[in-house]
Write a protein that binds this ligand. Structure first.
Ligand code: PLP
Length: 457
């Protein structure tokens, strides 16, 4: 059969409210043209993020009803611990309320001021937690990652030559090395098994611990199965086990490939490190058998981590992004290629060549997509990353002007995607009349969340 269907049927539905173009115009104006300020109930298709927004299965909901809320030694914790040990092989599993809590705990133990941490690309919270410890977060993505239209099977790879140079010069100053799988900031691009193995070997030479930011480990494992020689006959579980075997531990957000609405964990082999982490955990997250989560959350995660490895799910998951990408490319809309696991990234610079960076083509596109179809994406360009030149006061634009459409897991059907594709293509047909945006108010940090805009001229 050519048609790939969603590998589930729907047992519970949530209504989405239809709005008219006229209504959406008013909503957008009231939100000062910032999609973060639009109420979720005024959105038709929400592609703002894939974090914590997926639909849970009947098995997860029934596990939640069986959640054990005991303060210490909860049955739900042992189920959570068992599946993580099975997948990762790590000896110690420490639950946290989100991925960033695992990062904060890990870095506050391992990272000292003045040190540096290499990674393919640090996710924003990872970078922020390293910098908070007065250390430097260094991105070493392969050069292919910088070219949106370039096709490469593993654009998430780390540049091994650059890592080798960095290790030769600074190894005494590197407390740990990391790889983010998939590489979120680089478009959800996978890292190959060979790259994971060689990164581990380079770090091992200098006895530097190696950690994975494993948020989308299952998507990455399925990409390896599809694209890397020698893996097509292996199960996703076996591939994931091999990935984790090369590292000393991982941080993880359960809101991504944990298929849950909240949760995360830190898993490590080193018993001393685990003991230190549990001491910090008790200070701010909770007792080591719940780490800031309800027993029912641990129960939902235990099931989600098992379901995420189902190959029919992963096939459908990766095909969804690929399908949208194909439809857009067919009419000439530029995107980051090949499509990654959890999102499609539109190239707003080529979508709106007449809008200069200082009028934020990505922000303009986010607004037009909302107006056209009630679809919410997020700008990843000069609004998010533009920097003020301290001398001239002018803004230095970001390298790329992108709009990310990230997909909640198991939430939208093919016709929702077809609708979103139609909205994007219609918006593209009307591209010449689109106007840029001006920032009329901004906060000193992370301005994209709260900035106010008005249409430019
Ligand atoms: C989401 C994410 C995190 C942080 O996880 P939270 O649960 O949001 O705190 C870290 N790294 C990557 C790659 C992520 O995608």
């Amino acid at each position: 059969m050519k048609t790939l269907i969603e590998p589930f049927k729907i047992k519970m539905v949530e209504a989405i409210r239809q709005t008219s173009v006229q209504e959406r115009r008013q909503i957008l104006e009231k939100a000062h043209y910032n999609a973060f300020k639009i109420k979720a109930e005024d959105i038709l298709i929400d592609f703002l993020t894939d974090s914590g927004t997926g639909a849970m299965s009947d098995r997860q909901w029934s596990a939640m009803m069986m959640g054990d809320e005991s303060y210490a030694g909860s049955r739900s914790f042992f189920k959570f611990e068992a599946i993580i040990k099975k997948i990762t092989g790590y000896a110690h599993v420490i639950p946290t309320h989100q991925g960033r809590a695992a990062e904060r705990i890990l870095f506050s133990i391992m990272v000292k001021p003045g040190q540096i941490v290499p990674n393919n690309t640090h996710f924003d919270t990872t970078r922020a937690n390293i910098e908070y410890n007065q250390a430097a977060a260094i991105d070493l993505a392969v050069p292919e990652a910088m070219h949106p239209a370039l096709i490469h099977p593993f654009k998430g790879n780390l540049d091994l030559e650059k890592l080798k140079d960095l290790l030769e010069q600074r190894h005494r100053n590197i407390p740990l090395g990391m790889l983010t799988i998939t590489n979120n900031s680089g478009g959800g691009q996978p890292v190959s098994m060979a790259n994971i193995r060689e990164t581990a070997q380079l770090l091992k030479k200098y006895e530097i611990p190696f950690f994975l930011d494993a948020c989308r480990f299952a998507e990455n494992a399925y990409f390896i199965k599809q694209r890397e020689k020698g893996y097509d006959q292996k199960s996703v579980l076996e591939i994931a086990q091999e990935i984790f075997s090369y590292a000393d531990g991982c941080t993880m957000s359960g809101k991504k490939d944990g298929m849950a609405n909240i949760g995360g964990f830190l898993a490590v082999n080193d018993g001393r490190l685990a003991a230190q982490a549990r001491n910090l955990l008790i200070l701010t997250e909770g007792f080591p058998s719940y780490g800031g989560l309800a027993g029912r959350d641990l129960a939902a995660l235990a099931v989600g981590l098992e379901e995420v490895l189902h190959e029919d799910y992963l096939k459908y998951r990766l095909r969804t992004a690929e399908y949208m990408g194909e439809q857009l490319l067919a009419v000439g809309i530029q995107i980051i290629q090949p499509t990654g696991g959890h999102a499609v990234y539109l190239d707003a610079k080529s979508f709106y060549p007449h809008i200069p960076s200082h009028h934020y083509p990505g922000q303009a596109l986010v607004c037009e997509l909302y107006k056209k179809g009630g679809v919410r994406g997020v700008e990843i360009g000069s609004v998010m990353f533009g920097k003020k030149n301290p001398e001239t006061g002018n803004e230095i634009p970001a390298a790329m002007e992108l709009v990310r459409l990230a997909f909640p897991r198991r939430t939208y059907t093919q016709s929702h995607f077809d609708y979103a594709i139609e909205a994007i293509i219609e918006t593209y047909h009307e591209r010449e009349s689109a106007k840029g945006m001006r920032i009329i108010w901004e906060a000193p940090f992370l301005r994209h969340f709260t900035a106010k805009f008005s249409p430019a001229g």
